[in-house]
Design a protein around this ligand. Structure first.
Ligand SMILES: [Zn+2]
Length: 401
């Protein structure tokens, strides 16, 4: 009796796992769906806090993320942005980028039981199976390489696996969306820029087109042979902002097999964000923090209070989690569900949509996506399955970094 009971117990999780894998029975609850899905975030700036002396290893009240909160939010894979402040120039910018990469590696080494750096195809699955946060070193803005090919190779050796060609500054080889929109530059990749794209392809580094100008974007599409990502952008058809992707760009990303990862940046996903609305959204941030404190279990009472808060923010016509869902749905309609993902920009933004205040709110985004009518299979792809496909296509070889 005892023995057969044990057998049933050991078989049950396997059967449950198989049922989930074949997708014949929907997950019972949004939390089940979130927990069993691979959850990837395309862009996080918490390393900026680390570089100015802050902490990301213990649960804190500052910012939007840290290691314990990544876990609580069910994040399995995080692309960590290596971003250099604009006042750092020349060699100082280069050194800053290297220091930032070393900081992330030191944090990973100190916390080896809960995180690891993903360097090769297959690494994400291996790290996630070990219940570790798979961490991808991702450069935001190629200005720090100072136009030098050898520096791309050096970054690769140090573990860089995603390269955002520009931030809000153009270089002599790639132009950013801000400068192209303002008509400050002719726009496009130079011959050198195209050769860099080919180099990234051959190394097996993801190319990130968020922040890129339209002409540079088109040159990337014409040059690369790999699927690309936009790590943190919205849809220009819903909000005409230079950082967002047009429908043509969404289709081009999909045609190449890539993923457009929808961001939570309020000014990109919501029009008319005046001072009054921003003040009101800050008040909701405080209210949400109180709710989380009062309901650490995040159970039924929390959800009820959360829904009431959201209903009230909707009445005030503020930027909410609904706007993130709106951009996801538009991208799904234009590019197809297999080519959409999520890229928060947490810890890179001063203001968050109401209802999506830090990484621990991620299960609630899964809930909102489910309520929008997307299927569980589509949501699994958007949460991370689509990114994993691109990663395993592009990052084939890898080194130890
Ligand atoms: Zn950015």
């Amino acid at each position: 009796m005892f023995r057969s009971h044990r057998i049933i117990h050991s078989i049950l999780p396997v059967v449950a796992g198989l049922v989930l894998l074949v997708g014949t029975v929907p997950a019972q609850d949004f939390r089940d769906l979130h927990r069993t899905a691979l959850v990837v975030d395309g862009h996080n700036d918490v390393l900026g806090r680390v570089m100015s002396g802050g902490d990301m290893e213990s649960w804190g009240s500052v910012g939007h993320s840290d290691l314990p909160r990544f876990r609580a939010g069910g994040i399995d894979v995080q692309l960590f942005s290596i971003w250099v402040p604009s006042k750092r120039k020349g060699n100082e910018a280069w050194q800053y980028a290297l220091d930032e990469i070393d900081s992330l590696k030191a944090i990973a080494a100190r916390n080896a039981s809960v995180m690891g750096i993903a360097l090769r195809g297959g690494d994400i699955e291996r790290l996630v199976a070990d219940r570790k946060l798979a961490s991808v070193i991702a450069l935001e803005g190629g200005r720090c390489i100072d136009g030098r090919r050898d520096r791309i190779i050096e970054l690769y050796r140090r573990g860089l696996r995603c390269f955002g060609l520009t931030w809000n500054f153009s270089s002599d080889w790639a132009t950013c969306s801000q400068d192209e929109r303002a008509g400050k530059v002719r726009g496009g990749l130079s011959k050198k820029g195209k050769s860099f794209v080919r180099l990234l392809d051959s190394l097996g580094v993801l190319i990130d087109v968020s922040h890129l100008g339209a002409r540079s974007f088109a040159d990337v599409i014409a040059t690369t042979r790999s699927p690309i990502i936009a790590s943190h952008s919205g849809c220009a058809a819903l909000r005409d902002h230079h950082r967002n992707l047009t429908d043509t760009q969404l289709r081009a990303i999909a045609a190449g097999g890539g993923v457009a990862m929808m961001t939570y940046v309020p000014s990109f996903i919501f029009a008319g964000l005046d001072k009054k609305k921003q003040d009101r959204m800050r008040a909701y941030e405080r209210q949400a923090a109180e709710l989380r404190k009062n309901h650490p279990d995040r159970g039924a009472a929390y959800l009820k209070a959360y829904d009431n808060m959201l209903a009230s923010a909707r009445k005030e016509r503020l930027c909410t989690i609904d706007d993130v869902v709106r951009h996801v749905l538009h991208a799904v309609n234009v590019a197809g569900a297999a080519h959409v993902g999520l890229g928060s920009d947490f810890d890179g933004i001063g203001l968050t949509p109401v209802g999506l205040h830090d990484v621990t709110d991620l299960p609630l985004l899964t809930r909102a996506l489910r309520n929008s009518g997307l299927t569980d299979e589509q949501i699994r792809g958007i949460l991370g399955g689509n990114f994993l496909r691109v990663w395993n296509t592009v990052v084939k070889h890898g080194s130890d970094g």
